[in-house]
Design a protein around this ligand. Structure first.
Ligand code: GLN
Length: 200
């Protein structure tokens, strides 16, 4: 019997991720306890607010257990705030903000400023060959450094703007982190890609 894919359900848009998994026929489990964490084949960390997610994961006794699961190879997919939680280093975090870490990258929180807090765009995505993915950016982080262990899977277009060619998706073995929200636009192909990793 295959274990479900967990969705960290402390805060943020975990329901949308559970709905995306349901659309592609994958069982999901909302994770709020260590018992639930131990019963999943992979974990999705949703978008939301990374500062709150950090605090709640400590309160729920999940911070260290998730850290250890990541280190021991659990497949984990983070979107937006979830990417921040997966990153080894953050810029513009609040005082005392910590991440689970695992991805050999640095991200800058709220990198797109107020005027362009939210936008949608089509992007090429490594491993998805049947057309660009539809990406919604909502107070999104930008990946500002990619270490040697991680590989870029998605970038903004080279359009001469201040974020031209900016890195917005990386993969490192079983870890996948993206700046945007496929779960709010019905773009299910990245969930399919992750499900393949988690259920392999
Ligand atoms: N700006 C948020 C943070 O720092 C992320 C926004 C999002 O997940 N849509 O956590």
């Amino acid at each position: 019997m295959t274990l479900p894919i967990g969705v960290l359900a402390l805060q943020g848009d975990f329901r949308e991720h559970a709905a995306a998994l349901a659309r592609i026929g994958v069982d999901s489990l909302k994770v709020r306890t260590v018992l639930e964490l131990n019963a999943v084949s992979g974990l999705i960390i949703p978008g939301g607010e990374s500062t709150v997610m950090h605090k709640l994961s400590v309160t729920y006794g999940l911070f260290e257990p998730i850290r250890q699961k990541i280190q021991s190879g659990l497949p984990v997919f983070g979107t937006c705030a979830g990417l921040i939680m997966l990153s080894d280093t953050i810029i513009d975090g609040i005082v005392g903000q910590e991440t689970f870490g695992g991805l050999d990258v640095e991200v800058k929180r709220n990198a797109f400023g107020h005027q362009t807090d939210s936008f949608e765009i089509d992007l090429d995505f490594a491993g998805i060959d049947d057309g660009p993915v539809h990406a919604a950016f909502i107070r999104a982080p930008l990946i500002t450094r990619v270490g040697p262990k991680a590989r870029v899977v998605a970038q903004l277009p080279e359009d001469g703007s201040s974020h031209s060619g900016g890195v917005v998706g990386v993969q490192q073995e079983n870890l996948l982190g993206i700046s945007f929200h496929p779960e709010v636009t019905g773009e299910d192909r990245i969930h399919r890609l992750f499900a393949k990793l988690a259920l392999a």
